[in-house]
Ligand binder design. Sequence first.
Ligand SMILES: [Fe+2]
Length: 458
Amino acid sequence: MGFSWYYFLGILLCIINVCRGGITSSYVRNVESSEDMPLDSDVFKAPHGYNAPQQVHITQGDDVGKGVIVSWVTVNEPGSNIVLYWKANSKIKQKAKGTVTTYKYYTYTSGYIHHCSIQNLKYNTKYYYMVGIGHTTRTFWFVTPPPVGPNVPYTFGLIGDLGQTYDSNMTLTHYEMNPTKGQTVLFVGDLSYADKYPNHDNNRWDTWGRFVERSNAYQPWIWTAGNHDVDFAPEIGEPEPFKPYTHRYPVPYKASGSTSPLWYSIKRASAYIIVLSTYSATTKYTPQYKWLEAELKKVNREETPWLIVLMHCPWYNSYDYHYMEGETMRVIYEPWFVKSKVDMVFAGHVHAYERSKRISNVDYKIINGECTPVNNPSAPVYITIGDGGNIEGLATKLTEPQPMYSAYRESSFGHAILDIKNRTHAYYSWHRNQDGFSAKADSFLFFNRYWHPVDESY
Ligand SMILES: [Fe+2]
C-alpha cells in the first residue's frame, strides 16, 4: 500500500471515529429491580454497649489534608464530644473537642450527632482515634495524605448514588476488595435514599450511616449533595432543603472561602477538587456562581496539576434518564471549565456508567443554532458514575445512535478508581459488580491538561 492509501485509510478511520459514538457495551446482566436490605441485616446492626458511637465517619477537615472531621452518633445520651487520637507509633494521646447537635424531621428525632475537627496532623501518617469516651469506646484509624505537591501519587475511589440495597452492598464490597486500594472516596451525591420511604423516614439515614461505616470510618469520603439529599418536603412541614444531609455530613467549606457546605474545594496530594451543587442556584450573581468564578482563578497547576470537578447531575449523558437536566448549569459554567482546563468531571444521578471523549459545546449561541459538541483538547472528560446500586434500579434505556462524544457506556452497577501516578498521567478504571475484584470493564489513561495536553480520548 502506498502513502496515499495510508492517508486515505487514516482519513477514513478518523471520520468513523469522530462521526460515530464509541462503545455501547454488549455486556448482558440480569436486570432486576434493586431491593433494599432489610432493617435486621447485619450491615445495619448498631454496635453493642451503652451509648456506643455509631455511624462513625470521617472527611477532610481543612483545605490541604492536615485536618480531619470525625463524626459519630450516640443514641442514649449526648455523651462526650472528645476524640482521642494518636500516631500509630506513639502512645501519646492527643485530645480534640467537638460539638453535638440534633435535628427533628417530621415525627423523627435524630440521635446526638457529634462532629469534631482535628487540625494540624502530620502528613502521610497513620493515626488511631477513639470516640465514645466515658461510655462505650470504639477505636478506628486513618492515614493522612502526603503533602500537597505536583508529583504526589494518590488513589481516589469513585462512588455515586449508593443507597442501601443488596447491590449497594456489592458495590461497596467491590470497592473495598479492589486490589488497587482507594485512599479516599470521591462521592458524587445521593447517599441514603431515605426520601424513598414514607415521610422521608430518617431512620434510613441512620441505617445508611451504619452501613458505610466499615469504609467511611477509615478513609475520608468527600461529599457532594444530590437530589435525594435535598429532603425538601413542605407538605409535611419540612421546608428546609438539605436538613438531614447538612446535619450529618459536615465539610470544610469555609477553608475555601465558600459560604455554603454545598459547594467547596479541597486540595489533596496532587489534586484540586471542586465540589458543586446542582441543586442550588447556579446563575449569574448567585453565591455559587461568584464563588466558582473566584475559585477557578485560585487553582495553581504547578502545585496541584489535577483539576477535578464533582457534581451530581451530569452535563453529558446519553441515557434516556435525566435528559438535559444539567443543561442550564452547563451553558453557564462550561466555558470556564474549558478555559481552566479541567481534567475530569465526575457526576452521578443517572444510574449507569458513561465516559465521554474530550468535547465541549461552548460555541452555541441562540442565534447561530450551532449546538453540536465538538472535539476540544482543552475540555474535560465527563464521567457518569451514578451506578452505586440504589433502590431505583439501573438506567437501561439508551439514546440511539450513541452520540459521537460518548466513548463508553454500560448499564451496570459498579465503582471506579482514579490512580494518579504523577503530574502528567493518571490511570482510571471502572469495575462492574459482576466481575472479579481485579477486573476492569473500562479503563482510560488520562493525560494532564496542563502538563501534557495531548487529546488522549480519540
Ligand atoms: Fe440523583
